[in-house]
Design a protein around this ligand. Structure first.
Ligand code: PLP
Length: 346
């Protein structure tokens, strides 16, 4: 029987065979633990090359942990983190930033899940008042939790405004590969969108992009705390057998697999859109990366979810999320589209 594939999330899928191969190849003999091994040194050098910047590279277990390490390395006493109401740090991390970092999140309202310069101008009125929490770090997500993208110019402008107020900028890149693939598809795009635009810290996602539990934090060394590695350990994110995460990043960055899998995933979402765009009731927008947020009538939604599970997104308006993955095939898309049309009676 063919393996079942869903359109719920890019972490429902498994691990790419080439990453499993890299793990297998790394699984021989004894090496120094906690990152003292040759593969980790190679992976760090590859990331430094990718960023073309003096960055500290810290591998972690998961995206929530990456965000904690990245944010904590940028925060100063009395600071808050500015984000949108949709941001993963705000709604999907069980209050981890608040609990572990003891920080207030300033969640600005956005229909596109994007922080704007106007938000920063407005919050800047708190600066310097000792009775007010200081908006010290801006956290943006690329691609966002609503599948939208900041353009490179938008990120540059946001960083310029943030820096003019003395704020630092964190980028939650759980889906940075999908964003990079969509905005140009090469290392230059990645650089221009992150450190080149002025971003100070990046949570670089691997797990949603075909890896097995491999994430990285990239920190601009002259801005982030020199104690970031200590924060990684004290927030339980220091892998002892680091070679397995490092082996995957070496494979990703030397062969370009990270962009190959992300562009494929984006293309599958585009295919689904092209086949369903004529169904007005779904209110589909063209996907910018690998997700879409259609509206479904209650009965059809339940039947579809029972047949091929996906998550609700905004239940108040019957909105759901469909997301493709590195291993989604054209046949998977066509079969799902046929199911959607069937249950909608189209
Ligand atoms: C935008 C974003 N950031 C971070 C994460 C990290 O999640 P996890 O801690 O589950 O790896 C996710 C996962 O859904 C995400 O969508």
């Amino acid at each position: 029987m063919a393996p079942q594939r869903f359109f719920a999330s890019d972490n429902f899928s498994g691990t790419h065979p080439r990453y499993l191969g890299a793990i297998d190849a790394a699984n021989s003999g004894h090496v120094v633990a906690y990152g003292g091994d040759a593969l980790t040194q190679q992976a760090i050098a590859l990331f430094q090359d990718l960023c073309d910047e003096d960055v500290e590279v810290l591998f972690t277990f998961n995206g929530t942990g990456s965000n904690i390490v990245a944010l904590g390395s940028l925060l100063q006493p009395g600071d808050s983190v500015v984000c949108t109401q949709w941001s993963h740090i705000n709604v999907d991390e069980t209050g981890a930033p608040e609990r572990i970092l003891g920080v207030k999140l300033h969640d600005v309202q956005s229909s596109t899940a994007k922080v704007t310069p106007a938000d920063l101008h407005s919050l800047s009125h708190n600066l310097g008042n000792v009775h007010h929490v200081q908006p010290g770090v801006v956290s943006i997500t690329q691609a966002t939790e609503l599948g939208t993208l900041y353009s490179i110019d938008e990120i540059r402008e946001l960083c310029d405004v943030a820096h003019s107020y003395g704020m630092r900028v964190h980028l939650d890149g759980a889906r940075i590969a999908n964003a990079t693939a969509a905005l140009g598809g090469d290392a230059n795009t990645f650089r221009a969108m992150t450190f080149g635009a002025g971003v100070d810290a990046v949570s670089f996602g691997g797990t949603k992009n075909a890896m097995m539990g491999a994430e990285a934090v990239l920190l601009r060394r002259d801005v982030a705390s020199p104690r970031a590695a200590f924060l990684r350990k004290s927030s339980t994110q220091l892998p002892s057998k680091m070679r397995y995460a490092s082996a995957q990043f070496v494979e990703a960055l030397t062969s370009g697999l990270w962009l190959e899998t992300a562009s494929h995933s984006n293309a599958m979402a585009r295919r689904m859109y092209e086949k369903l765009r004529h169904v007005d009731s779904l209110r589909l927008s063209p996907p910018q990366v690998n997700s879409m947020y259609p509206v479904l009538p209650g009965e059809a939604k339940k039947k579809l979810q029972n047949w091929n599970f996906f998550w609700d997104w905004d239940e108040s308006i019957g909105q759901v999320r469909w997301m493709t993955s590195w291993d989604t095939t054209e046949e998977d898309v066509d079969r799902f589209v046929a199911g959607v049309l069937y249950f909608l009676g189209e």
